[in-house]
Write a protein that binds this ligand. Structure first.
Ligand code: PMP
Length: 425
């Protein structure tokens, strides 16, 4: 029988080194918020495939919808011969996206593709080249999205040159000394130093930075950006690849913004484990590129569209948005309680069920503790809980557990986390 060690050795020999692996574990099978490895060990999954499993592994409705789709057709290429599930996913996205204006959508496959397409559309609409992204932001691994990404190690190292006309302003992060005013001033500095605002097509911002460390964009920051956007005719793009599909207590996190974004990039949990992404937003903006300008061979796969429709149905049937809010409250309460006993936990934060803790040496916010973060994550895995770290300083532990997980499972996972901290002493 296969062992994790034997498979890891084969992986090391056969798979590119550049493809990372957070845990030396190989899965055999999975269900909802648990999985079992090839050696038969059970794990609680607080990583959710990096925010892809808001409805859990093998949600019965998703699997049923996919099986039904497999009996009909699996691929025609939507640009050749179209199919209803694609249209229906767009209709659902249009209905759910915030903003008091007519909306349209298109579907793609990955988060990076959704972001790239949002930028292409913004440039086509504004006829301007410039894009302003933010420090600590993560937007993907393709060349343009790497250019937008505001975190060098490990994503950008060795991969330049990156595309021009991309500028980085400061993302507000009061915990690390960047106020909302600092952040908005840094945009104005870009207008002075780098590019005139009349050449900027869009701001792209995550409502909660994902890979960057689960820092929430404050509402005043979003309003400030919108004021600048209105003044200069710049579009506001929300990268909701990680925040979307119900993670933050609303379908899109930007529903909680004081102003609606012009475009939203969505992916990950949208199709419950199948590759599907999309751009949704203002119809006049989305329609700027001419016919043939957008698309992709696999974009909007019918199998993934069937899965997405089942995910959206599951959210309605199982009231998963309410669950996301309640789960977030439960997690924050438990982690704040943990923080009173564990000095290293210097911050507990989140939006809905997108929750994280940040670790510092003795809780001193000037001394981020990446080493402890790595050790706690590894210890938790040894004890049967799979976690992910993130953050500019590598000192954040994030929770992306399926919203379909029971409170009992959450509590079991949280107890393992507390035990893992205790084992560090
Ligand atoms: N944007 C954000 C905010 C993300 O979190 C990610 C993935 N972590 C991406 C874009 C890229 O998505 P993908 O890996 O599907 O290309």
């Amino acid at each position: 029988p296969a062992t994790n060690a034997a498979l890891f050795a084969r992986r090391q020999a056969a798979v590119a080194r550049g493809v990372g692996q957070a845990h030396e574990i190989f899965v055999k099978n999975a269900l909802n918020a648990e999985f079992w490895d090839v050696e038969g060990r059970r794990f609680i999954d607080f990583a959710g495939g990096i925010a892809v499993l808001n409805t859990g592994h093998l949600h019965p409705k998703v699997i049923e919808a996919v099986k039904a789709q497999l009996n009909l057709y699996t691929h025609t290429c939507f640009q050749v011969v179209a199919y209803e599930p694609y249209v229906e996913v767009c209709e659902r996205l249009n209905a759910m996206a915030p903003g008091d204006f007519a909306k349209k959508s298109l579907l793609l496959t990955t988060g990076a593709e959704a972001v790239e397409n949002a930028i292409k559309i913004a440039r086509a609409y504004t006829k301007r080249p410039g894009v302003i992204a933010f420090t600590g932001g993560y937007h993907g691994r393709t060349n343009l999205t790497l250019g937008l990404t505001g975190k060098v190690v490990p994503y950008k190292v060795g991969f330049g040159p990156f595309p021009g006309e991309v500028f980085h302003a400061l993302f507000p992060n009061p915990l690390h000394g960047v106020s909302v005013t600092d952040a908005l001033n840094s945009v104005e500095l870009i207008f002075k130093n780098d590019v005139e605002p009349e050449r900027v097509a869009a701001f792209i911002v995550e409502p909660v930075q994902g890979e960057g460390g689960f820092y929430v964009a404050p509402p005043e920051f979003v309003s400030g950006l919108k004021t600048l956007a209105n003044r200069y005719g710049i579009l506001l793009i929300a990268d909701e690849v990680q925040t979307g599909a119900g993670r933050t207590g609303t379908w899109f996190a930007s529903e909680q913004w004081p102003v609606a974004p012009d475009l939203i990039a969505t992916a990950k949990s949208l199709a419950g484990g199948f590759p599907l992404s999309g751009v949704v937003g203002r119809a006049d903006v989305i329609d700027a590129p001419a016919a043939g300008g957008l698309g992709g061979t696999y974009a909007g796969s019918p199998v993934a569209c069937a899965a997405a429709l089942a995910v959206i149905q599951a959210f309605e049937d199982e009231k998963l948005l309410t669950r996301s809010q309640d789960m977030g409250a439960l997690l924050v309460r438990a982690l704040k309680d943990m923080a009173t006993k564990i000095p290293a936990i210097g911050d507990v934060r989140g939006l809905g069920a997108m929750v994280a803790i940040e670790l510092f040496e003795n809780g001193d916010v000037h001394r981020p503790d990446a080493a402890l973060t790595r050790k706690v994550v590894a210890e938790a895995a040894r004890r049967g809980l799979v976690l992910l770290s993130c953050g500019t300083y590598g000192n954040v532990i994030r929770i992306l557990v399926p919203l379909t997980a029971s409170d009992a499972l959450l509590e079991e996972g949280l107890a393992i986390l507390a035990d893992s901290f205790a084992a560090m002493a």
